[in-house]
Design a protein around this ligand. Sequence first.
Ligand code: URA
Length: 183
Amino acid sequence: MDFTELYQKCDDCTSCPLYKTRTNLVFGCGNTSAELMFVGEAPGEREDATGIPFVGAAGQLLDKYLTAIGIEREDVYIANILKCRPPNNRDPLPEEADACIGYLREQVKLIKPKMIVCLGRISAARLIRQDYKITREHGEIVRRGAFAMTAVYHPAALLRDPSKKEDMLRDMKKIKAYLDSIK
Ligand code: URA
């Protein structure tokens, strides 16, 4: 399956009810050969309206961290666990994530990133370990077969609690240093 076929499959998906209430599919965006991939939780209002992940306030903050470590948004790939917005931005239901995660796995297979960064606890619990403790483990890099993984605070959490911003910058610098070290 190539990216176009995968996109079409997602667009046609009826595996959970969220396709009925979404405005746009939020498939993912960026460099399809990226070394670095970010995975958030689910599209919010702005993402649903535009079809692009992380374009709202949280996304703009993520962009600032990318700039701070000298990486362009166009160089990375950004996706979510869910490709359709849950109504009123509620947390994804386990059955919605179960229905959607296969598409993310296909994206990872096509992109073959060197590192996957989970944005927030919900993404980390799905992709790294179910009982992942974001406050304790953020920024720890673990190897998973062909790629490395880590999790950082969700940018929306930084907007709610700016005291976490220092940790976020440290984690993002660590991610950049890791990528530089494997060049
Ligand atoms: N929050 C997410 O987890 N993903 C988005 O795309 C936007 C906000």
